[in-house]
Design a protein around this ligand. Sequence first.
Ligand SMILES: [Zn+2]
Ligand SMILES: [Zn+2]
Length: 172
Amino acid sequence: MSQRTDIFDLGRLGLHSGEGRRIDTLVDVDPLEFGGQRYQSVQRSVPVRLDVSRTVGGYALHMTLTAELEGPCMRCLEAATPSIGVDAREVDQPHDGGDELSSPYVNGDELDLRAWARDALALALPAQIVCSEDCLGLCPICGENLNEAGPEHEHEAEPDPRWAKLRELRFE
Ligand SMILES: [Zn+2]
Ligand SMILES: [Zn+2]
């Protein structure tokens, strides 16, 4: 395990076309904004595995990492610590296929590993971050945490004045 990497110099690997190298390093995980909430990595730096393949005109890259995030549960607002796995690929072939094969994270021989990790992590987030899959959330009437209140928590149905009006109409 080497030290932290923000910008990785692909050129120093000295790869020829068709050659590849696996690199294990650490990358800083920047805080994420998601659903109006803020999530940050429990560990400032997380282990990342990078597979670099040299192609004729550039690089093919594969990154895997797992980050444990912490932030509020989107249902009950208590702490949630989702573990997010990232498995992302990039191809940078600027001299070959035009813009669609040029990676925004590769500039010459420099890979912006930190920016790629941040964006890939944001894309890997689930639709909703929860403290547990069966979190009951907050009571929509009084705001109590239903995980603590228990299943017997309920409210007397308040008669809504608009419904009362409708009932009057029906009996006319
Ligand atoms: Zn929850
Ligand atoms: Zn309630």
